[in-house]
Design a protein around this ligand. Sequence first.
Ligand code: CAA
Ligand code: NDP
Length: 283
Amino acid sequence: MTIQKLMVIGAGQMGSGIAQVAATAGLQVIVHDIKAEFVEKGFNSIKKNLSRDVEKGRKRQEEMDEIVSRITLSTDLTDAKDVDVVVEAVIENMQIKSDIFRKLDEISPPHAILASNTSSLPITEIASVTKRPDKVIGIHFMNPVPVMKLIEVIRGLATSYETYAIVEDLAKRMGKTAVEVHDFPGFVANRILLPMINEAIYCVYEGVATPEAVDEIMKLGMNHPMGPLTLADFIGLDTCLSIMEVLHEGLGDSKYRPCPLLRKYVKAGWLGRKSGRGFYSYP
Ligand SMILES: CC(=O)CC(=O)SCCNC(=O)CCNC(=O)[C@H](O)C(C)(C)COP(=O)(O)OP(=O)(O)OC[C@H]1O[C@@H](n2cnc3c(N)ncnc32)[C@H](O)[C@@H]1OP(=O)(O)O
Ligand SMILES: NC(=O)C1=CN([C@@H]2O[C@H](COP(=O)(O)OP(=O)(O)OC[C@H]3O[C@@H](n4cnc5c(N)ncnc54)[C@H](OP(=O)(O)O)[C@@H]3O)[C@@H](O)[C@H]2O)C=CC1
């Protein structure tokens, strides 16, 4: 099966990026969120990114117009009735994701692949609420989606080889490289990245250094493109905390305990760049 129509659920920073790369690859794309204003916000960020490509001479205006014309907006989940693949990218919460997969399993056609962009939650558990666990898979894009080349593809216990092969082909069409991993808490990318970010937060919490100093050390000393605290703000501190909780609970090792300062910031609504404040302020 060749994927022609893709639906993204959740028009946040990841969902809008996924919709952009899918439409750029020539797919028909439906962008869904619970409220029209969130869908519009996601759509505007896609248009802004594409306009930048036009301004920099990487795309012609007509190309941009064609990409944009392949995107339709939705607040109605039943729009999944004739799609080939759904990529869910709502907040990192098992209850919300499970509810969505249960509904999608009822609505979408039998051949459709139901994928999650989860950062860390078990694909096998998400698949268990559907009657098609062989067609449920993790497609973990990296942020910012239009720039980063990797898609970590997670096979649940029952995910079929055919489903994996279709997704691998889709990744290629979107100009990405798929790397296959098995379903384990945090998969590989975040099992390695998030403990580093959490440790950077501990350095601030314990007064070892300021956020600026921690970031400067990792940028100049390790050639990281962003310091870990700037990256945490970029990912979203709520998402970082959810991932650490999944690692802590799922792997049962105290080395994954989330830093109390991370919890405090999330409780305060300091979610990073998306809320205007995290380790840094974003006016
Ligand atoms: C949490 C998870 O589950 C998994 C994850 O995703 S973890 C996060 C993984 N991502 C990272 O680690 C990102 C680390 N940071 C970086 O690689 C870089 O800082 C960056 C690519 C984000 C920005 O690069 P930079 O050189 O510092 O800045 P800048 O020059 O402004 O941008 C470089 C290019 O990226 C593009 N870009 C930057 N941010 C973008 C965004 N949010 N959306 C789309 N494009 C973006 C810019 O347009 C620019 O493109 P051109 O050079 O072609 O004009
Ligand atoms: N941020 C990152 O760097 C990465 C994140 N991910 C994963 O991608 C997913 C999304 O993250 P991200 O885009 O950063 O988060 P955002 O908070 O930017 O976006 C989530 C979007 O989903 C919407 N949403 C919430 N509940 C529902 C629902 N029931 N139905 C439809 N939409 C809903 C939210 O609306 P509202 O604003 O009302 O809550 C919001 O628009 C998460 O699973 C995350 O772990 C994966 C890779 C990288």
